[in-house]
Design a protein around this ligand. Structure first.
Ligand code: HEM
Ligand code: HEM
Length: 184
């Protein structure tokens, strides 16, 4: 099923969720590797990949939001209280916000630093704001603080998914997982 239904996430929503989740985890690692590497061609390469993949994620989250807003959302199982439902909604909204603010703040660092950068080593990316050292410092602080908040929220989100699966034993996790082909 391509589209979402009242019961399940469709193939597009599932694919976007898991491709983006894995890529974001990779970006956490790439960011730290790039920052900690000593100045070298490898460091510049790590940053080129970090920034290129990050901007691709920014495009993907816009498409994902469009898909989300024009599609059904599966209903919550009956064992989810109104309070839990509100918390889940707020958590998901915060995750969407972070998926937008994280690459945007990175883009602001790169622009204020006036660091020329080609997307995947191929197309020059324009600055979104003019170079400015004070703003570069601020954007770096924002990027780092958002990262810690993002990592914490992903941990809570993952724990909540496991709680649904292993403790409440409802279908919240399984309906987000790829479907196995029916036996022949
Ligand atoms: C989902 C997207 C992104 C994630 C999860 C992410 C994550 C991170 C992490 C974990 C770090 C290391 C910690 C730090 O010093 O801040 C970092 C650093 C950095 N990122 Fe990103 N990033 C993303 C997107 C981007 C984008 C799109 C750009 C630029 C176009 C970018 C540019 C940078 C730069 C320049 C640094 C080094 C900052 C410094 O020296 O303090 N990031 N990022
Ligand atoms: C960087 C990592 C992740 C991000 C950014 C993320 C983000 C999101 C967002 C925004 C939603 C809400 C979907 C919507 O309403 O459109 C969602 C749903 C969901 N996520 Fe994640 N996720 C991540 C990792 C994970 C992991 C590791 C698991 C499981 C172990 C997981 C399990 C789920 C499940 C089960 C749902 C569906 C919830 C429901 O049906 O109400 N996610 N995720």
């Amino acid at each position: 099923m391509i589209l979402n239904t009242d019961q399940e996430w469709g193939a597009v929503a599932k694919a976007l969720h898991w491709i983006m989740a894995l890529t974001i985890l990779l970006m956490f690692v790439l960011g730290w590797l790039a920052v900690s590497a000593p100045m070298s061609p490898t460091k510049l390469k790590l940053f080129m990949w970090h920034k290129s993949i990050g901007l691709t994620l920014l495009v993907l989250v816009c498409l994902r939001l469009l898909w989300r807003l024009t599609n059904k959302t599966p209903l919550q199982p009956v064992d989810v209280s109104p309070m839990e439902h509100r918390l889940a909604k707020a958590g998901h909204a915060a995750l969407y916000l972070l998926m937008i603010l994280m690459p945007l703040s990175g883009y602001v660092i790169n622009s204020t630093a006036n660091f020329p950068f080609k997307l995947f080593g191929w197309a020059q990316v324009p600055n979104i704001i003019p170079p400015n050292e004070a703003w570069q410092d601020r954007a770096e602080t924002v990027h780092l603080s958002l990262f810690w908040f993002f990592a914490l929220l992903v941990a809570v989100h993952t724990a909540a998914a496991w709680r649904h699966h292993f403790i409440k034993r409802n279908n919240v996790l399984t309906r987000m997982l790829p479907k196995r082909a029916p036996p022949a």
